[in-house]
Ligand binder design. Structure first.
Ligand code: NCD
Length: 298
């Protein structure tokens, strides 16, 4: 069994293969017995709705058994370390799905754990399974993973979903527009990865809507430093902004949760793809669990 710690653990061919496998499950959502001899544990040290439930839903559809670790009522409250918690979890389960507020915890856990680790988000660093479901959503639209123009927008400084997405996009032939308020631009090391793909960088969202996809993200307030200045209130996508500026075929993605950066009047327009994207997470996470368990090889 293998861990999935970073999107860089996968080649473009493997990402494509995982999308094809997710599509097979999407077209045939009946449950299978593929993981009936496995125990999957979700260890979430940070809030989550979609990631935890879609992983648990995926595990149930593969007939795995699920253990769910809840920090508030665990021995963490007695002072047990993260390392010892992971050691024990690996003794009780076959696959550990970990989310943690600190960067690098997935790698740290993998060094300790005898069971494979799936990184479900480590601080602002990475969120590889989110990226896989994002790419699967694009794959479902286009039947391919290259040859499109995507705008990545919002809090590009602290958002792990855009950070993993940018790493993945660096592996494909795509055009990228970056749109964020001035204090929330993409870190330089990530920008360097996609330097040959960037067609525009702007702080004006209305100017960044002429692409095939808009990947909108929320401001990650929980990761702010005390000296960070505020997020600009005008960085909000509205139905009016879309109808005046967007290419007619633009599809809007968002990892969710949405706070106020997309107004609710966008939800009922043909632009909105984010709720379908969240649903796609179940099929991609079935494929990921099969891959990590070694029952799907790519
Ligand atoms: C993202 C996350 O946790 O990083 N959410 C998710 O997993 N769907 C994005 C976010 O919280 O803004």
């Amino acid at each position: 069994m293998k861990s999935l710690l970073s999107i860089h653990d996968l080649s473009p061919q493997q990402i494509l293969a995982l999308c094809q496998q997710a599509l097979i499950h999407d077209n045939n959502p009946n449950s299978s017995e593929a993981l009936s001899n496995k125990i999957v544990m979700t260890l979430f040290f940070e809030p989550s709705t979609r990631t935890r439930f879609s992983f648990e839903s995926a595990a149930l559809r593969l007939n795995a058994k699920i253990l769910s670790f809840t920090p508030d009522v665990s021995s963490l409250q007695k002072g047990e370390s993260f390392a010892d918690t992971v050691r024990m979890a690996a003794a009780y389960a076959d696959i550990l799905i970990i989310r943690h507020p600190e960067e690098g915890t997935a790698v740290k856990a993998a060094a300790i754990s005898s069971a494979p680790i799936i990184n479900a988000g480590d601080g602002k660093n990475e969120h590889p399974t989110q990226t896989l479901l994002d790419l699967y959503t694009i794959f479902k639209q286009l039947q391919r993973l290259d040859g499109y123009h995507i705008t990545v927008a919002g809090d590009l400084r602290y958002g792990r979903a855009p950070h993993s997405l940018i790493r993945a996009l660096s592996m494909f032939d795509v055009k990228i527009t970056l749109a964020s308020p001035p204090d929330f631009t993409l870190p330089d090391d990530l920008k360097a990865l996609i330097a040959d793909k960037i067609v525009m960088e702007t702080s004006d969202l209305s100017q960044a809507l002429k692409s095939d996809f808009l990947y909108m993200t929320r401001v990650q307030k929980e990761r702010f430093n005390p000296n960070d200045t505020g997020y600009s209130d005008d960085f909000i996508l509205t139905k009016q902004m879309l109808s005046q500026n967007a290419s007619p075929s633009l599809k809007v993605l968002h990892p969710l949760p949405r706070v106020n950066e997309i107004t609710e009047d966008v939800d009922s327009t043909p632009y909105a793809l984010y709720f379908e994207q969240a649903k796609n997470g179940v099929y991609m996470r079935i494929a990921i669990l099969e891959y990590v368990a070694g029952v799907f090889k790519c």
